[in-house]
Write a protein of this length. Structure first.
Length: 512
C-alpha cells in the first residue's frame, strides 16, 4: 500500500486513481498526518502531492519531517517535489515565469522511475503547472530530465529512493505518466499490483461497519448509478439497518420508478420506501419558468418529503449518500469557493443541519467509471450500472419554461424512442449521456394534408469522461433522420426535431 499526502492539488485524487488502475491500494491523507499514524499504516512508499501554496512563503505546508527518515521511497510531485527539496536542504525560489500546460522535456539520464518508459535522449511531453522552482538540489540528488523552463523536471536520489517531478505524471496529458507511477509503486516500492475492486468492496464494507456500528442508516435513492451502487454496498455491509427512500418527483424517465422498486425491493431485498410525490412537485412547479427557481424548488421539496418519510420510519442516525469524488470538487466551489456557481446541483448541498445525521459516503474517493466497476462487482444489473447519468431535478430541466405533467409525458415518449434507437444501433455505451429536450417553441408543420402547430424537440448526445467537459456525439445523418421521423410520427405534440451540436464548454450538458 502507498500513502499519498495531500497538499491540496485539484488533481490529487487522480494520483490515487492511477494507482488503483495499476492494482495498487492507496489512501489519501492530509499532509498534516502525524508520524505515529503513518508508521501504523505501514505504507511501502509515500507520494507527496501537488498543491496551490508556495514553498517560499513562511507558513506554507511541509511534509512531516519524519517521513524522510523512515527508509521509505518517496515521490514528490510538483509542490511535493519542492517541499521535499526544501526540507532536505535544497533551495526553492519563487518569482519565475509560471508554466502551465503542455511542455516538452529532455530525458538526460535514467533512473528506476524511467526504466522501460523514457529512454535517455528522448524528448517527452509532460503536463506542467507550477510557479516556483528548485534552484539548488539537496545533497544526493541528480537531474534525470529537464527543459529550459524546468531544469529539474525529474530528479532522483537513487540511494534513498527519493524522486521528484516538477510535472504531473497523474494527468492524461503526461502520456507516459501512469507508467512512470507504476515504476515507482512496482519497481521502487515493491507493490505487486494485484489489488482489485473486489478488495475495495471488502475494505469499504469493513469501513461502513466500523463507522455505523449498530446505528440506523437511511439512503436517498434516485435510481441513478451512484446512489444505487452506494445502497447495494451499504446493504451488503449492514443489511436491514439500511432503509432506502425513493422520492418520486414525477419527472423520471419512462418506467424508471417501477424499475427502481423492482430492482431494490425484489432483487436485492432492500427495505425501500417509495413515495410518489408527483402531485406535490408538479403543483409547486406550476408557473415557474426560471431554471434556478425550478432547481431550488425541487431541491427544497425533495428535502421536505425526504424528511417526512424519514420521520415516519422513526428517524436514523446516519445519512448515506452516493457522493463521488467529482461531486466533492464541484461542491467546494458551489459552497463559496472562488469559482462561480453555474448551476445549483440539488443533491450536492445535502440536507439541512437540523436533521443532524452523520454522513456515510462510501464512494467519495471514486470516479464514475470506478463506481460502475464496483457495481458490477456487487452483481448489479447492467441496466443500472451502465446507465447514463440523470440529473436530480429530472426532466424538469429538460423542459425549458413551465413544467406540466402533459409536457413531461410528451418528453418521456420522445426520450424513450431516442434511447431505443440508440440502443438498437449499439451506441448506448459509446455515449456518456443522451436525452431529448422539449422546447417551449411551437412551429408549423404539415402532416398528411393538414397543418400542424406543435412543439419542437431537441436531441442531445455527448461524450465525456467526467461530465465536466463534453463533446457532441457525431451521429450519422441517417440515424438522426430515422429518430426524427419516428418521434414526429409517433409522439403527438411534437412536429419538429433538431440536434444540439454545442460542446461543453461553452454549453452545458443539460439545457438548464
Ligand atoms: P451540466 O448540465 O452542468 O451537467 O453540464 C453535468 C452533469 O451533471 C448532471 N447534472 C446533475 N446531476 N443533480 C445531479 O445529480 C443535478 O442537479 C444536476 N444538474 C446536472 C448532468 O446530467 C450531467 O451529467
Amino acid at each position: 500500500r502507498i500513502l499519498i499526502l495531500d497538499f491540496g492539488s485539484q488533481v490529487t485524487q487522480l494520483i490515487a486513481r492511477r494507482l488503483r488502475e495499476s492494482g495498487v491500494y492507496c489512501e489519501v491523507w492530509p499532509f498534516t498526518a502525524d508520524e505515529a499514524r503513518i508508521r501504523a499504516f505501514a505504507p511501502r512508499g509515500i507520494i507527496l502531492s501537488g498543491g496551490p501554496a508556495s514553498v517560499t512563503e513562511g507558513a506554507s505546508p511541509r511534509a512531516p519531517q519524519a517521513v524522510f527518515g523512515m527508509g521509505l521511497p518517496i515521490l514528490g510531485i510538483c509542490y511535493g517535489q519542492q517541499t521535499m527539496a526544501h526540507q532536505l536542504g535544497g533551495v526553492v525560489e519563487g518569482g519565475h515565469a509560471r508554466e502551465f500546460g503542455r511542455a516538452f522535456i529532455e530525458v538526460t539520464g535514467d533512473c528506476a522511475i524511467t526504466q522501460g518508459v523514457w529512454a535517455k535522449g528522448a524528448r517527452e511531453q509532460v503536463w506542467m503547472s507550477h510557479g516556483d522552482r528548485i534552484t539548488e538540489l539537496p545533497p544526493g540528488f541528480r537531474v534525470v530530465a529537464a527543459s529550459g523552463g524546468a531544469p529539474f523536471a525529474l530528479i532522483a536520489d537513487d540511494a534513498r529512493h527519493f524522486y521528484g517531478t516538477m510535472f504531473h505524471p497523474e494527468v492524461v496529458h503526461t502520456p507516459h505518466g501512469a507508467a512512470l507511477l507504476r515504476n515507482f509503486t512496482g519497481a521502487v516500492c515493491g507493490c505487486a499490483g494485484d489489488w482489485t475492486m473486489g478488495a475495495f468492496r471488502a475494505e469499504a464494507i469493513a469501513r461502513i461497519r466500523a463507522q455505523v456500528g449498530t446505528g440506523r442508516v437511511i439512503c436517498g435513492l434516485s435510481g441513478g448509478v451512484d446512489s444505487s451502487v452506494a445502497a447495494v454496498l451499504l446493504h451488503e455491509a449492514i443489511g436491514d439497518q439500511l432503509t432506502c427512500i425513493y422520492v418520486d418527483h414525477g419527472l423520471m424517465r419512462a418506467k424508471e420508478s417501477e424499475q427502481v422498486v423492482r430492482t431494490f425491493r425484489d432483487r436485492f431485498n432492500i427495505k425501500l420506501v417509495h413515495r410518489d410525490a408527483s402531485e406535490l412537485f408538479l403543483g409547486q412547479l406550476s408557473g415557474v419558468t426560471d431554471p434556478e427557481v425550478k432547481r431550488k424548488t425541487i431541491g427544497r421539496l425533495f428535502i421536505e418529503v425526504f424528511e417526512e418519510e424519514q420521520q415516519k420510519i422513526g428517524g436514523a442516525d446516519f445519512l448515506a449518500q452516493g457522493t463521488l469524488y467529482p461531486d466533492v470538487i464541484e461542491s467546494v466551489s458551489a459552497t463559496g469557493g472562488p469559482s462561480v456557481t453555474i448551476k445549483s446541483h440539488h443533491n450536492v448541498g445535502g440536507l439541512p443541519a437540523h436533521m443532524r445525521m452523520q454522513l456515510v459516503e462510501p464512494l467519495r474517493d471514486l470516479f464514475k467509471d470506478e463506481v460502475r466497476v464496483l457495481g458490477r462487482e456487487l452483481g448489479m444489473p447492467e441496466e443500472i450500472v451502465g446507465r447514463h447519468p440523470f440529473p436530480g431535478p429530472g426532466l424538469a430541466i429538460r423542459i425549458p419554461g413551465e413544467v406540466t405533467r402533459e409536457k413531461a409525458d410528451i418528453l418521456r415518449q420522445a426520450d424513450t424512442i431516442y434511447l431505443e434507437e440508440i440502443r438498437n444501433a449499439g451506441l448506448y455505451d459509446a455515449i456518456w449521456q443522451a436525452f431529448a429536450v422539449l422546447l417551449p417553441v411551437r412551429t408549423v408543420g404539415v402532416m398528411g394534408d393538414g397543418r400542424t402547430y406543435d412543439s419542437a424537440c431537441a436531441l442531445r448526445a455527448v461524450t465525456s469522461t467526467d461530465g465536466m467537459t463534453a463533446d457532441v456525439y457525431p451521429f450519422d445523418m441517417g440515424f438522426l433522420t430515422r429518430v426524427a421521423n419516428r418521434i414526429v410520427n409517433e409522439v403527438r405534440g411534437i412536429n419538429r426535431v433538431t440536434y444540439d451540436i454545442t460542446s461543453k464548454p461553452p454549453g452545458t450538458i443539460e439545457w438548464e
